[in-house]
Design a protein around this ligand. Structure first.
Ligand code: C2E
Ligand code: CA
Ligand code: CA
Length: 355
């Protein structure tokens, strides 16, 4: 732009403003670090530092001049803050980005120390009210913030790659629990469902990782259920199908989580070795009052029936919802009606109630 001013235009950032901001910041930091490295010219060492201002293309379309002016304002802020820094045009954006960066560094530490994570279990029950299994849901007990919701930190873990070690911890803990339950007559019949992120699944060693854990803990593979989401099918479907088929051949079952909220193509659905569809809680919530949700829930049940798949509803909070689903052919349920997710010890006390 001028003697020592450059413009970088980033394309294809995420649609979500927060995520796009985090991505832009990552690139900004990368540029800042690289420019900050010393270099030699004619045998003399030189140092440079970059001040970087960022603005996002979002909301109403703005002119190029306007965008550049915003980036310039952010650039001056970076200089005012002592140079060698990255700043956003919008102070609110800056605050959000800083909070995210702080949370990510806490998450990184927590994952390496592995002491702040807990695995909770939420009952899954059948038509007769008997408990058939549990979904394992991770919890992060942050030393200062208290419980951080997985809805908040799982996306961050996915974006930063921390989901790989964290997901491994979850799988390990779940298999260990499954083995402990298999040894007790009251709990030997229980299945455990584990959420698996697309990133984890795409790992070339994923199949071996799962099989090694099953083997190590001596778990009955038929008791392990992996919950995947439709987003897994966005790329490299053939690889996914091959991995699922390999795991299925060893007895491990798959459940399609949040079913109906993504972009499932019915032709893929036919090719996937699934065991179960899980009706998303967004359809269950208003199943009694919203005719569209009721229709979707019914369609998912009949789709499952015609494809020979099991079906379970999540987010079941009232007896009336349970009854409606039951009358429409869904015979497995999970939700606050039975219990919220609880630690393994508390879960074991629930078993007597749903025996
Ligand atoms: P999800 O897999 O769809 O999990 C269901 C969420 O609904 C859980 O939230 C659960 O606590 C909540 N829930 C259960 N019953 C009810 C109900 O009756 N009513 C309502 N309103 N909510 C109910 P949670 O535990 O906060 O988890 C949020 C999401 O975080 C999960 O959604 C899942 O996508 C992700 N997650 C949690 N644990 C893991 C994990 O170990 N690995 C991965 N990859 N993702 C995880
Ligand atoms: Ca799930
Ligand atoms: Ca779900």
């Amino acid at each position: 732009m001028g003697g020592d001013e450059f413009v970088v235009l980033l394309e294809d950032l995420d649609e979500d403003e927060q995520v796009a901001a985090a991505q832009a910041e990552t690139v900004g930091e990368k540029i800042r670090e690289i420019i900050g490295q010393s270099y030699l010219i004619n045998g003399h060492e030189h140092h440079s530092a970059a001040s970087i201002g960022i603005t996002l293309f979002c909301g109403p379309v703005r002119t190029m001049e306007e965008m550049l002016k915003q980036a310039d304002v952010a650039l001056y802020q970076a200089k005012a803050d002592g140079r060698n820094a990255v700043r956003f045009f919008d102070p609110a954006m800056q605050t959000a980005v800083s909070a995210r960066v702080a949370l990510e560094s806490d998450l990184r530490r927590a994952v390496s120390e592995q002491e702040q994570f807990l695995l909770y279990y939420q009952p899954q029950v059948d038509s007769t009210g008997r408990m058939i299994g549990a979904e394992a849901l991770v919890r992060w007990r942050h030393s200062e913030r208290g419980m951080v919701s997985p809805a908040e930190f799982i996306p961050l873990a996915e974006e930063s790659g921390l989901i790989l070690p964290l997901g491994h911890w979850v799988l390990t803990t779940a298999c260990q629990q499954l083995a402990a339950w298999a040894a007790q007559p009251e709990t030997a019949h229980l299945t455990v469902a584990v959420n698996v992120s697309a990133k984890q699944f795409h790992l070339p060693t994923f199949v071996e990782e799962v099989l090694a854990l099953v083997d190590y803990f001596g778990v009955n593979p038929a008791k392990l259920k992996l919950e995947i989401t439709e987003s897994l099918l966005l790329d490299n479907v053939d690889d996914i199908i091959a991995k699922m088929t390999a795991l299925k051949a060893c007895g491990i079952n798959f459940s399609m989580d949040d079913f109906g909220t993504g972009y499932s193509s019915l032709s893929y659905l036919k090719r996937l070795p699934l065991y179960q569809l899980k009706i998303d809680q967004s359809f269950v919530r208003d199943v009694l009052t919203d005719p569209n949700d009721a229709a979707i829930a019914k369609i998912i049940v009949s789709l499952a029936q015609s494809m020979n798949l099991a079906v379970i509803a999540e987010g079941v909070e009232t007896e009336a919802q349970r009854e409606f689903l039951e009358l429409n052919g869904c015979h497995a349920f999970q939700g606050y009606l039975f219990s919220k997710p609880v630690p393994a010890k508390e879960f074991e006390q629930l078993i007597a109630k749903y025996a």
